[in-house]
Write a protein that binds this ligand. Sequence first.
Ligand code: FES
Length: 116
Amino acid sequence: MKDIDSLASMYVCDSCCCGNTEKGHKEVPVNKLKIAWKKEKLDKKVNLIISNCLGYCSLHNVTMLKNGSKKTWIGKLNSREHFEAVITWAHSVAEFGNKAKLPNILVPHLFLPSDI
Ligand code: FES
């Protein structure tokens, strides 16, 4: 088994803007994600981190995958299907590492921090 520090990590922001329904943003399904990670045994291969602000609030809701030195950012996640696709993506990361395929539904949500 890999050391926990060498696992890929999925940072799902649920903070001041992301998931803040009082600001009119969509809820982040934190419990659903945690249950999926545990039930589908993703926790042994990809850390799920429900994070504080990742710094790109204008793109609420933001998720970032860190795998080694590679970071992949997605934003504007606003539907159940988007978060289900995050779970699918985690399965792909668990199996294929940096060669994992981002689900098609999430491709339009990719962003580069340098473009913000
Ligand atoms: S609250 Fe999520 S990026 Fe700031």
